[in-house]
Design a protein around this ligand. Structure first.
Ligand code: COA
Length: 279
């Protein structure tokens, strides 16, 4: 199945196994409008079954990654229509906190500029995040007499250190890419000029790994967060059996087997071409 390529609020480019989804409302600093939430939910559903996309990269057009929820279209224009508001709230919450988090393929945020409020839940929902040193992060809700509502407080609780969560949530102060990396909210920051090349190199690295093993790596980590140790170990054992079955034991035959045959050293790099061979 191939994903549709034309969207009103998004742009999709797929090449070399990497799908780049660009939030594409630069004139509104990529604020998440109701239409964007609906399109994103549809696109993520399509890409789930598109074998040409093995890794997803989310970024923003222009000077902004995402300026959060569209304050006008979501909070003002939908406020009288409870059903429409609830529907968009559910879709908006689901694609960031559930779909991205448990997506069967690796997901990466490439934060090229402004990142405010509701955009924190995109960053938190993705597996990896890289930002420009020059990016501007902010929990700006307090500045308009609100607090980080919806999914945002939970996203902060998941990834922020307690003092940082309350400091930035209560002051609304901005911070840059390097501070975001020091806090552990993102993996790394790079000068803006290098951000795309650095992020795409990591995306390519992931696209060359075995997709079945990558999916299991995500699931073993994410589900174990909510399990007891005994349950997590039992789950991981069941996952190992699943991986072995789905790969036809490739991890033993090719993975360990080729190491035993002296063909490569797993400690120093990957088994070549795993992304393509296991599709
Ligand atoms: N919702 C709706 N519209 C937004 C928006 C948002 N979150 N962020 C920016 N826009 C719109 C502006 O209203 C403006 O629209 P207009 O051209 O029709 O007047 C346009 O995008 C450009 O914004 P502007 O403020 O002129 O750009 P800037 O580059 O000077 O500043 C921001 C960019 C992001 C710093 C600023 O727009 C801002 O503070 N936005 C709100 C961020 C926020 O609080 N987000 C949290 C939401 S949960």
């Amino acid at each position: 199945m191939t994903a549709k390529t034309t969207y009103e609020t998004l742009k999709l480019d797929i090449s070399d196994g990497i799908a780049v989804i660009t939030l594409n409302r630069p004139e509104k600093r990529n604020a998440m409008s109701p239409a964007m939430h609906v399109e994103m939910a549809d696109l993520l559903e399509d890409l789930r079954y598109d074998n040409t996309a093995r890794v997803l990269v989310l970024t923003g057009a222009g000077t902004s990654f995402c300026s959060g929820m569209d304050l006008k279209q979501f909070f003002m224009e939908l406020k009288e229509d409870t059903d429409a508001y609830n529907r968009i709230f559910r879709i908006a919450t689901e694609w960031r906190l559930r779909t991205l988090r448990y997506y069967p393929k690796p997901t990466i945020c490439m934060i090229n500029g402004y990142c405010f409020g509701g955009a924190f839940s995109i960053v938190e929902g993705a597996d990896l995040a890289f930002a420009a040193d020059e990016a501007t992060f902010g929990l700006s809700e307090i500045n308009f007499k609100m607090f980080p509502g919806g999914s945002v407080s939970k996203s902060m609780a998941n990834l922020f250190r307690p003092r940082d969560a309350l400091f930035y949530g209560m002051t609304g102060r901005n911070f840059g890419g390097q501070a975001a990396a020091e806090m552990g909210f993102i993996n790394m920051s790079f000068p803006l000029a290098d951000l795309e090349a650095e992020t795409m190199a990591i995306a390519k690295e992931l696209a060359a790994k075995d997709p079945i093993a990558l999916k299991a790596a995500k699931e073993a980590y994410r589900f174990s967060l909510e399990m007891t140790s005994d349950a997590a170990i039992a789950f991981a054992s069941a996952k190992e059996a699943e991986v072995q079955l789905l790969q036809n034991d490739a991890w033993r035959k090719e993975g360990i087997g080729d190491f035993m045959a002296g063909k490569y050293r797993p400690g120093l790099g990957g088994h070549e071409g795993d992304g393509e061979s296991s599709d």
